[in-house]
Design a protein around this ligand. Structure first.
Ligand code: NAD
Length: 368
């Protein structure tokens, strides 16, 4: 690889390796980026998409380096992408070919991501004995069934409610995206006495000032009924959910939903980032200046990565819930203390914590 090529993104932290794979027999084309290994073997998802670039895989790998470090995991960051359309590809053939081509790349452990699932991870595991996000029968911890990311968000809410004086009992909560993360967080937040006044899915929103019946909505969504058709609140336009005033807003649908242009609509006290990068950098800064506290995705939604690392270690389900609770509690406490004393925006503060941990680990390594 020419120097000019990597100049776009290489820095002191990485990447350690950028690998392009072409395997003519199966037609496999793939990219693997192992970013930083100072904390241990890299864990990061393997996505399947027709239009991924090397730089994008690098950015995703770097996000994993920071996220794993912040979650106190003994893992570095990596990411891979198989360049194919998941709707039409022969997934088994591609996953098996991919597995064999990374067989000797033992410093990278793949997990599921967009376009891949537990079955894909089972194929990799079958070939090389190394993957996370496996089916239950192979020792996998079913992340979505356990609602581990939603559980982590509820723990983040516990600590933040105390630190920033936003009582959870009776708090008006709005959740954008009632899927694995949004629905899971609702389930656990219900135990804290919050009132879910509005939520949505891709097809529409509902509003209920008395509080949506969360268990009933979880049941309906599970049986395939959309949020707007659930009959559990007054239906309204999907994107107008941003207009509903709340105490806690949880974006749990897509990236970049809150931008400079629409941030003014948001009237809340606390944002718990369930989705990855739901708020653009510029919008986050404005919201911060408006006095809205944002709990960054990299800390608040780390239940998923902690669950994957726990699976790799062979931890039990109760031990994994404990690990998620302890890690997120400690992180939010430290982050909140830094927020109080420092002048930096929320995401910068979280990244600073991650970078310090990686730099400390790198200081012990001779051959990075
Ligand atoms: P999901 O598919 O289960 O749920 C997404 C929900 O958002 C669905 O209800 C969907 O209908 C809705 N939605 C999609 N587009 C929308 C739009 N434009 N407006 C409003 N609602 C919309 O996905 P998930 O697993 O819950 O993940 C949600 C987000 O959280 C993703 O960005 C994902 O990357 C991130 N995330 C997930 C996990 C995890 O453990 N699953 C962990 C960390 C981060």
């Amino acid at each position: 690889m020419g120097k000019h090529y990597i100049d776009n993104f290489a820095d002191d932290f990485g990447p350690e390796k950028v690998i392009h794979i072409y395997e003519p027999k199966s037609g496999l084309r793939a990219i693997v980026v192992v970013d930083n290994l100072s904390l241990g073997t890299a864990i990061g998802g393997c996505r399947m998409a027709p239009d991924v670039t090397t730089e994008e895989v690098f950015r995703l790998a770097r996000a994993m380096t920071l996220k794993n470090a912040l979650a106190n995991l003994p893992h570095g960051g990596g990411k891979s992408a198989i360049i194919a359309d998941p709707a039409s590809a022969d997934k088994e053939a591609l996953m098996r070919a991919f597995a064999l081509s990374i067989k000797t790349l033992t410093e990278y452990i793949p997990g599921p991501d967009m376009g891949t699932d537990e079955r894909c991870m089972a194929y990799i595991y079958d070939e090389i004995g190394r993957a996370v996000g496996l089916p239950k029968v192979l020792g996998g911890l079913p992340l979505d069934e356990l609602a581990m990311t939603g559980y982590g968000l509820s723990i983040a809410a516990d600590v933040a409610s105390e630190k920033f004086n936003v009582p959870l009992e009776g708090a008006r909560v709005v959740i954008q995206g009632f899927g694995n993360v949004g629905g899971g967080s609702a389930k656990f937040l219900l135990e804290r006495g919050v009132k879910l006044i509005a939520t949505c899915d891709i097809n529409g929103s509902i509003y209920n000032p008395n509080g949506v019946d969360i268990p009933a909505l979880l049941e309906k969504v599970k049986s395939g009924i959309g949020v707007a058709a659930s009959g559990l609140g007054r239906p309204f336009e999907r994107d107008e959910i941003l207009n509903i005033e709340s105490d806690i807003f949880i974006p749990a649908a897509r990236p970049d939903v809150i931008t400079e242009k629409n941030q003014h609509l948001l009237k809340t006290r606390l944002v718990l980032e369930g989705a990855n990068i739901p708020i653009t950098h510029e919008a986050a800064e404005i919201l911060h200046n408006r006095g809205i506290m944002i709990l960054p995705d990299i800390i608040a939604n780390s239940g998923g990565v902690i669950c994957a690392a726990s699976e790799f270690l062979g931890l039990t389900i109760p031990a994994t819930y404990d690990r998620v609770r302890n890690t997120i509690t400690e992180n939010i406490q430290e982050w909140a203390n830094r927020m109080r004393t420092g002048k930096r925006p929320p995401h910068d503060t979280a990244q600073e914590m991650a970078r310090e941990r990686i730099s400390a680990a790198m200081s012990y390594r001779a051959h990075m």
